[in-house]
Design a protein around this ligand. Sequence first.
Ligand SMILES: [Cu+2]
Length: 255
Amino acid sequence: MKIKLLLSALCCILSPVVVHADGGGHGHDRVSIESEVKVLQASDKIAFSFQIFDNESKKEITDTDLKLSHTKKVHFIVYDAALKEFNHVHPEFVNGLWQTELNLPVNGAYFIWAQGTLNDGAEFSVSNKLKVEGGKSPWSVTNLGDHRKETSNHTTVELSQQKIRAGKMIMLTYRVSRDDGSLPVVTPYLGANAHVIAISPDGKDLIHVHPMDGQDTASGMLHATFPRVGDYRMWVQLNDHDELKTVPLSVTVVE
Ligand SMILES: [Cu+2]
């Protein structure tokens, strides 16, 4: 096998590859994420701030408490309950708060996740919920189906077609191409050829995997376990021709 794989991501040292949100804001024993504002006004530029707490030391987690993971201190991921809207941003710690800008023009119930690594090596992936109001009508929650090939702004990502069974480890391969016939030029994004974030149908499980850097940057292997039956959203993010592409795929997981 030419391309080796790197098992998961930010969450595999102390906790399993799949991270589960209990929705209550304290989805993880040690670390939690809280925001003062729970309802956001829809906009393509929302100033958002939050805090992360170490529940063992009872202290706020600041930028000096964190190591870099995939070139950033905190990875902040946001999506709606219909798994249509998606933000992946990297907050800065300013004036005692983690601050970032979000692009959320569509109303709905949203999940937020913060992922990072404490200085002692403990990785965390914690979630909470938000509402967005005052914008476009929310997407209705529907089954996403199995769509393993999708194009976003000329960059196409295609996944292999194996049957995916709940709770069983699967190796999916992917290939990047261009719909204009030119060759893709895939360069690292945040230290990996691709970042893949998969979300369970109910929005509660987040799986974050990366292929390991291979010789051919336009293809790779992803190693993941999808815990339950249903249609999972997969957002594949990569740099093609120095432009970040976010390609939405979906896979059906069967018993
Ligand atoms: Cu990130």
